[in-house]
Design a protein around this ligand. Sequence first.
Ligand code: ARG
Length: 430
Amino acid sequence: MKLWSKGFEPDKMIERFTVGNDRELDLRLARYDVQGSMAHIRMLESIGLLGKDELDKLLKALGEIAEVIERGEFVIEDGVEDVHSEVEFMLTARLGDIGKKIHSGRSRNDQVLVDLKLFMRDEIKHIAGSVSRLFDRLQALSEEHKDKLMPGYTHLQVAMPSSFGLWFGAYAESLVDDMRMLAAAYDVANQNPLGSAAGYGSSFPLDREMTTRLLVFDTMHYNVVAAQMSRGKTERAVSMAVASIASTLAHLAMDVCMWMCGNFGFVSFPDELTTGSSIMPHKKNPDVFEIMRGKCNRLQSVPNEIALLTANLPLGYNRDLQLLKDIMFPATTELIECLDMAEFMLAHIRVNDSIVDDPRYDYLFTVEEVNRLVLEGMPFRDAYRKVGLEVRDGSYRPNRSVDHTHAGSIGNLCNEQIADKFRSLLSRIM
Ligand code: ARG
């Protein structure tokens, strides 16, 4: 049965093709659909389109449906097209004609828009929570290992001393910039589209300020066409933040894969967190970080997928938009899984705290030597040449003590300042 049924049923093949897996994806929207409907009917009552007793009955029935959803027992029955239809059918089954009144002044285009805004707002909060836990872990590791040096590379060649504190802290600060993107996506998502109806507004005097307040949106999309256009645009903003976080994680995963390799041996994990080989008995593989790298690299294609799906769509609602759920829903779930896995793994990471004592890292310290000579009064170019010649004739002997003091360097990580930046962005979302 269809909400739009007018005496004939559509061809089954057409139905399968147009609905696809939308009913399954819509289950994630159910609780938001009920929230949106509750706000909508309160507003309808306030403008005289529902009686007070009708409103009370509808709110009670919607409250019961919300409980079914929270218990995980909500289903979209066979033959019912989507979550919006299911909720309306449930109301009509319980309340008869009153249930049929709820749709005045709105359209499913409107409903799905508001559901998605509420869904993405929550999803962004979940992502922010997971980013925040990973951020805290990285900062704690940075502090814990701040005095342990590690080799720094450029061009994959031994370059200058780095430290585990600098490395962990770098990913923490990198997440700060991802949080800027996430906070911006939150602002885009946090606007009420409800009242755009099919996309062009309604002749009912809808009180959109009221639904904005009731759904605790920061503001509304005033122009009803802009509200409809926000479908796709909101997803794009969220996906850009997702991709940004994913790129940070993929990078981190690559470092770990490389540094777990025996040729580096900078970090290791307890055996039970590594994976084995079916033929080589000695193997301790970094599959977790390889899967993370792969997933996070793939997640970086999501903004592109959305851009292609929505490129050159005509103004107004088009059914193509339904497919956004297919891209967006698995993406946020996968990102959260990767973030939580990274945090879990890092809780068990072990660092090799004497790695720079290995003679293969002797040349890490040449610049330190040049700088020491400069501080003693030798012009930089002369000092550079002196140390260079020592390297060439084999007389160079490293002095492994490192004294970096400027902001953001090995000896002065500024983790507190980085945490301040992070917290102020987090507070925009949570
Ligand atoms: N499943 C649809 C979607 O996600 C719901 C809106 C349907 N609107 C319509 N005019 N067919 O877009």
